[in-house]
Each structure stands twice: as C-alpha cells, then as structure tokens.
Design a protein around this ligand. Sequence first.
Ligand SMILES: Cc1cc2nc3c(=O)[nH]c(=O)nc-3n(C[C@H](O)[C@H](O)[C@H](O)COP(=O)(O)O)c2cc1C
Length: 178
Amino acid sequence: MKILVLESSGNKRGSSNLLAEAFIRGAKENGHEITEFDVIRADIRACLGCNHCGMNGSCVQKDDYETKLKSMIKETDMLVFVMPVYYYNWPAQLKTVIDRFYSFTTELTNMHKKAVLLTVAWDDTNTVFSVVEAYYRRICEYMQFEDRGMVLGGGCGTPSMTKSSGFVEKAYDLGKSI
Ligand SMILES: Cc1cc2nc3c(=O)[nH]c(=O)nc-3n(C[C@H](O)[C@H](O)[C@H](O)COP(=O)(O)O)c2cc1C
C-alpha cells in the first residue's frame, strides 16, 4: 500500500517526527511504500474561498499544494497526519492542507482513503487531545476516510520526554499493524 506521511512540525528532529519515524519503520517492515511530505517547509497557501474550483477543479493558487501535494494525495492509499498540538488544536499549516481538499472534495471522498493520526503534546491530561481527536474523527467521517488508528502522545513535550514516554513504541506497533 502507498502511504503518504504529512509532517507538520518546524522541529525536523522533534517529538512528532519521532513518532512518524517509528511508524514508518514499522510500516516499511511490512513492505509498504512510504512518501514523506513536510507541510511546514512547503509553499501551501490558505484557501481563498473564491470557489473558482467549484469543489471539483483546479485551484487558482499554483503553489506546492496544487502542483505537487494534490496529486500525491490522490495517488496514496493512506494519509498519516503527524502533528504537535498547538493551543489544543491542529497546527495551522496542516489544517490548511485539509481546507485545500475543497478543490477535489467529492473526488477525494469517493476514493475512500485510509487515515492515521500521530500527535504529541506537552501536557499529559485527559483533555489535551479532545479537540484534535474530535476534528480528526469528524474529518474521517466527512471525507469517508477509514481511521486505522491514533497515537495521542501526552507528556511528549521534548524529544527526550518522548523517547521515554512509550509512545514511540506505540507508533512503531501501529505502523507494523498496517
Ligand atoms: C505554538 C505552540 C503551541 C502549543 N500548544 C500546546 C498545547 O495547547 N498543549 C500542549 O500540551 N502543548 C502545546 N505545545 C507544546 C508542543 O505540542 C510540544 O512541545 C510538542 O512536543 C512539540 O512537538 P514537535 O517537537 O514535533 O514540534 C505548544 C507548542 C507550541 C510551539
């Protein structure tokens, strides 16, 4: 299966990418084909809501989303959303990736992709992931993605905290289970 891993932290060697790395290792061991895409370092602009695309056409913005990422999303079987929690929510650049589904929402919905969420936060409380998880579940439902699992890494505020948290192993196990 083709797996597209969407990373969204400015910290290339940070905590969320540690989970991504472990997930990728597990998935590769099972023979899956992985592509990584760093949304933070790409030119991905906000949806203008101009409706030029009519939810089924080309976007007026000829940025990395329209010229590269859109076709990568279409071609993959699974999307892996990798993110640090920012103010109890998805980081803006990854949310923008979702907003830009707009130009091919119906087409993408009909493709029935699989999805995974890998996320980290400093806090280790019951509520830190509530919005992040609810939004992920709602997007899976709306876009008809099949949720194949989540790693919600509480208490993962730094790479060293993350390495001893047990969540890196959980991400590996999830990759291995795919
Ligand atoms: C802008 C910003 C907002 C953050 N908001 C939260 C938050 O709401 N709750 C939390 O527990 N941690 C929060 N954090 C901490 C990060 O989620 C945490 O340090 C994470 O490990 C960073 O992941 P990374 O190394 O992949 O960038 C925030 C960090 C930043 C930079």
